[in-house]
Design a binder for this molecule. Structure first.
Ligand code: ADP
Ligand code: MG
Length: 206
């Protein structure tokens, strides 16, 4: 399953809580992230998020997809093959929203790369949705010393990203579950937990 949303929507917080909850249920779990789940991914993440120079939008998309492909084949697929549940902080929907809509490359370009190089879709995607202003206020509070290329983008960029996420969720209602992320972290997790419970009740322990 994947966790999506704009900066500051609470993805990382909720991935950690979901992973802890699943472990407590005795479910095998791998919590990881895009970009950055692998050794190569950490290098790519550093370049993509923290480098200061301009990066061509197409190059940014290709590097994100390179990370995703490497992560998928070396980490996610082996984990799934042994029955581990994978929780991923961002995946291809993030590129649809950020590079497709935010950088205006078009979601079709992202879909083409996904089809060719990643293909595997999450069985469930949790979208943490909240107004851009509220999310950016959280990010400003969290911000440490490190520069972040996406956090530096203007409001309109983040509005395009949010709108793209919401659009995708409407297009794929079976895969997406949307949460109101403006609630407290505890109350968001309560809804998430309820959803996880029903998911695993339906599936049994497989
Ligand atoms: N529901 C919430 N309400 C208020 N603050 C939150 C909530 N969820 C997370 N935070 C805080 O907001 C910041 C961003 O959360 P984080 O989980 O890192 O978001 P993301 O991974 O989506 O960027 C962190 O400082 C976190 O502690
Ligand atoms: Mg995060």
């Amino acid at each position: 399953m994947t966790f999506e949303g704009i900066e500051g929507s609470g993805k990382t917080t909720q991935v950690a809580r979901a992973a802890a909850w699943m472990q407590a249920q005795g479910l095998p779990v791998l919590a990881t992230r895009n970009p950055g789940g692998t050794e190569l991914g950490r290098l790519l993440r550093d370049a993509l998020l923290h480098s200061r120079g301009h990066i061509d939008a197409g190059a940014e998309l290709l590097l994100m997809m390179a990370d995703r492909r490497h992560h998928l084949t070396t980490m996610i697929e082996p984990a799934l093959a042994e029955g581990t549940h994978v929780l991923c902080d961002r995946y291809t929907d993030a590129s649809r929203a950020y590079q497709g809509a935010g950088r205006r490359l078009g979601e079709k370009r992202v879909d083409e790369l996904h089809e060719r190089w990643c293909r595997r879709d999450p069985d469930r995607t949790y979208l943490f949705d909240l107004p851009v202003d509220a999310a950016l206020a959280r990010v400003a509070k969290r911000r440490g010393a490190s520069f972040d290329r996406f956090e530096e983008e203007d409001r309109k960029f983040h509005e395009r990203v949010r709108a793209a996420y919401r659009r995708r969720a409407r297009q794929e209602p079976k895969r997406f579950v949307v949460f109101d992320a403006s609630q407290t972290a505890d109350s968001v997790f309560l809804s998430l937990e309820e959803n996880l419970r029903s998911l695993f009740r339906k599936r049994g322990r497989a």
